[in-house]
Design a protein around this ligand. Sequence first.
Ligand code: MN
Length: 235
Amino acid sequence: MTHRLPKLPYGYRDLEPHIDKRTMKVHHGKHHQAYVDNLNKTLEGYPELQSKTTMQLLRDLDSIPEEIRTSVRNNGGGHANHSMFWPSMTFLGGGGPDGNLLDGIVSAFGSFTDFQEQFSQAAVTLFSNGWTWLCVDDDGKFVIVTTQNQDNPISQGLIPILGLDVWEHAYYLKYENRRAEYVAAWWNVVNWGTVTGSLMAAGMRKSADHVSDWAKNTWSQLEDGWSKLTKPKDS
Ligand code: MN
């Protein structure tokens, strides 16, 4: 398949004042678009890979031909990560999780506040461009991890259910070098409903043998769902 830039489920200015319109426009329309374009270009001449979802590509990078592996890792990762990032935010966001999501967070981190502190700390102190994630591990336990560049935790066998982009391009226009302010503001737009949906999808993995099966069965459905969450609005 040809990978496409997903439309945002809100307008560019809708996350203000926490995330500004100009950042959203460049981030989505230029940065994410570039990952999509570069991934499609990279996969030209590899028809057997074109039918896979980004998460299927990323879960088993060793199987990707060496000459395109780094590009798939970077551009496929960039496409997957941002596709997950946009719907994890909403102008009706903030607050906190409930149900199984809250239970898992409390079980792993003690409380929601402790989780927020640990996650924020990981995001603020990540030295390079990269991402901070809440993931589900093999035992169904929640873990916070960081990745560099556009690496996705699926390549380590972890299922990401929430990711925060801490590349400078995600915040520099508004927050300049004040990454901690961006991270603090981001909590106000987190869409916990979307995170709950991702957790449910991750839970389905328990009945599958491998991450690969989970990715095959589930990720394409998630991507499909996200692409339908569209309410194109350009202003
Ligand atoms: Mn980004």
